[in-house]
Design a protein around this ligand. Structure first.
Ligand SMILES: NC(=O)c1ccc[n+]([C@@H]2O[C@H](COP(=O)([O-])OP(=O)(O)OC[C@H]3O[C@@H](n4cnc5c(N)ncnc54)[C@H](OP(=O)(O)O)[C@@H]3O)[C@@H](O)[C@H]2O)c1
Length: 270
């Protein structure tokens, strides 16, 4: 099964499903990333702060680089020009890569001018070290500021997004600005799997609650990066592309009244 891709505003394509790697470490991380690629995953999501670049890189080294899409993220403490460039170069070395497909600002930083940060990203891009750039945990106000000064297309905003946190206003803003949303914690770290609407829809369509959550997201044009360490769940999470939720089922999930945020936005709202 080939995972469908979506066009980025940079001109590159991103696979709609990726593997999240937060909390995967050492040999387990290398094993899971290898297994994922062996069964057809092409998109791997990591970050400097996950501390697993070397383990991820040991898996990537076994595969054809050109078929893979690798995202990493620079911490918000490293957004000054020299810090950002040095972090990216270290990240590439750890991952054993010549370039990243996507480099994200993990969080905004109120104390560092965005012009400086985007200048650093532009020089990495122009040097061929970063193909596409994006943001993470940016609220609409910050996104608007970033769009005005970025100098490069902002391809994605990676945010918490799942059926218990339907951020329709942010989704509309991003899509009207040609920015794809990447949903982190797309299963709400398993909490969404116990929701009664999700369970009911899953029973009706003969799929698992996790597949219903992921399908609901990709059907809205949202990229998903569920994390799993289980080979069986790697396969389960991939099996979301040859069936659909009806408009009625999708609306019932849209209407879940919960607004449950698992990751605090205290760094993002200034
Ligand atoms: N940009 C950011 O600030 C940010 C923040 C958080 C996360 N992220 C990224 O987003 C990725 C995903 O988010 P997340 O790891 O927080 O949460 P998640 O993907 O919503 O949930 C992961 C949890 O779900 C379980 N799981 C996975 N597939 C399952 C299935 N089919 N059935 C039942 N349980 C399943 C996993 O357990 P098993 O491993 O046991 O299967 C794990 O406990 C991260 O790994 C990371 O790459 C980014």
């Amino acid at each position: 099964m080939q995972i469908p891709t979506c066009a980025l505003s940079s001109g590159f394509e991103i696979p709609l499903l990726g593997l999240g790697t937060w909390r995967l470490a050492d040999d387990e991380c290398t094993r899971v990333v290898s297994q994922a690629i062996e069964i057809g995953y092409r998109h791997i999501d990591t970050a400097d702060i996950y501390g697993n670049h070397i383990a991820v890189g040991n898996a990537l080294a076994r595969f054809d680089r050109s078929s893979l899409f690798i995202t990493s993220k620079v911490p918000h403490t490293q957004l000054a020009c020299d810090d950002l460039i040095a972090t990216c170069e270290r990240n590439l070395e750890e991952l054993q890569l010549d370039y990243l497909d996507m480099y994200l600002l993990h969080w905004p930083n109120a104390d560092i001018p965005m012009e400086e940060t985007f200048g650093a990203l532009k020089s990495l891009h122009d040097a061929g070290k970063v193909r596409s750039i994006g943001l993470s945990n940016f609220i609409i106000k910050r996104l608007g500021e970033a769009i005005d000064i970025s100098g490069l297309p902002i391809c994605t905003n990676q945010v918490e997004f799942h059926p218990l946190l339907y951020q329709d206003e942010l989704l509309d803003f991003c899509h009207s600005s040609d920015i794809l949303i990447t949903a982190y914690a797309p299963l709400a770290r398993t909490e969404a799997l116990h929701n009664s609407v999700i369970k009911a829809v899953a029973a009706e369509v003969g799929k698992t609650p996790a597949q219903v959550c992921l399908r609901w997201l990709v059907q809205k044009g949202i990229i998903v990066i569920p994390k799993t360490a289980s080979q069986q769940r790697l396969r389960e999470n991939m099996d979301i592309f040859d069936w659909e939720l009806s408009a009625e089922a999708e609306r019932r999930i849209d209407d879940i009244p919960e607004h449950k945020r698992l990751v605090s936005m205290e760094y993002a709202e200034f």
